[in-house]
Design a protein around this ligand. Structure first.
Ligand SMILES: NC(=O)c1ccc[n+]([C@@H]2O[C@H](COP(=O)([O-])OP(=O)(O)OC[C@H]3O[C@@H](n4cnc5c(N)ncnc54)[C@H](OP(=O)(O)O)[C@@H]3O)[C@@H](O)[C@H]2O)c1
Length: 239
């Protein structure tokens, strides 16, 4: 039976590139996001490339529905062999001095509680098979607190910490867990498009600009993490 990657947060940036990279290796691709139309369009593009793909529209903030979502994907493809998690809606940062508990609660649901719950849903089958992988995407603020770029950072830092523990615990059981930390704007993502047309801006020291990375290169980083299984994290571009 062929293997399946479930991409939780499959947009025009990293998600699409991961779908093509792992699809090219023979993986079925399950695409998750809230909007059905772009997911269906991506599924059609993948199918045209000879990749087995299907959209599973869902809101990942709905924690109680995540076990059902995993069951729907598993019911269709037979298994989830790789869980990839990197949703993002609009890039938005907060000054730490203005951050409230309410702001953090939303980030905690999407970037910490949901991936933990999804791991719980896929892990029993992976443990049974003694095979599988959990790949989670983060931004640079998961590593270092940057002035005026708080909000999602403290929560992603917690999720990154969780992945490091998971990495050590699951490796002897045949399952890989790791994180890709992205230190640049992602080409073709909605966030990059918003920045390009001036809808979104980050305060930067004078004379500097944000680096940009091709999501195909990021998907390759994920693939290398997955096949080599020699470290818990790739930071790309290298910080
Ligand atoms: N974009 C950047 O420039 C950038 C920079 C640094 C780090 N990163 C990190 O890199 C990773 C990938 O970013 P990307 O922009 O390239 O992502 P992407 O694959 O282009 O898009 C992610 C998708 O997540 C979906 N999503 C958002 N909230 C969701 C929810 N509640 N439930 C289900 N799906 C949801 C969105 O679709 P719907 O709106 O239809 O749900 C979106 O299309 C993320 O971990 C991000 O934090 C991105």
């Amino acid at each position: 039976m062929s293997k399946t990657i479930a991409i939780f947060g499959a947009g025009t940036g990293l998600g699409s590139s991961v779908a093509r990279r792992f699809g090219r290796e023979g993986y079925n691709v399950a695409l998750v996001g809230r909007r059905a139309a772009p997911l269906d369009a991506l599924a059609v593009e993948l199918i045209d490339m000879g990749i087995s793909a299907r959209a599973f529209p869902a809101d990942l903030s709905n924690i109680d529905a995540l076990a059902g979502l995993v069951a729907a994907i598993t019911g269709h493809f037979g298994s989830i062999d790789i869980l990839e998690y990197a949703p993002i809606s609009r890039l938005r940062f907060h000054a730490a001095k203005d951050l409230t508990a309410v702001d953090l609660q939303d980030y905690a649901t999407l970037y910490l509680l949901a991936p933990v719950e999804l791991v719980q849903a896929v892990l029993p089958q992976m443990l049974e098979r003694g095979d599988g992988a959990i790949l989670i995407g983060h931004g640079y603020s998961a590593i270092e607190g940057v002035p005026f770029m708080s909000g999602v950072g403290p929560i992603m830092a917690a999720a990154r910490n969780y992945i490091y523990s998971l990495h050590g615990e699951l490796a002897p059981l045949g399952i890989y867990a790791g994180t890709l930390t992205v230190t640049a704007m992602i080409e073709r993502s909605e966030g990059h498009t918003a920045a390009t047309i001036g809808e979104f801006a980050i305060e930067l020291p004078e004379g500097s600009s944000l680096p940009v990375v091709d999501p195909d290169d990021l998907a390759e980083q994920y693939w290398q993490l997955f096949i080599n299984r020699d470290r818990a994290e790739a930071i790309h571009p290298a910080a």
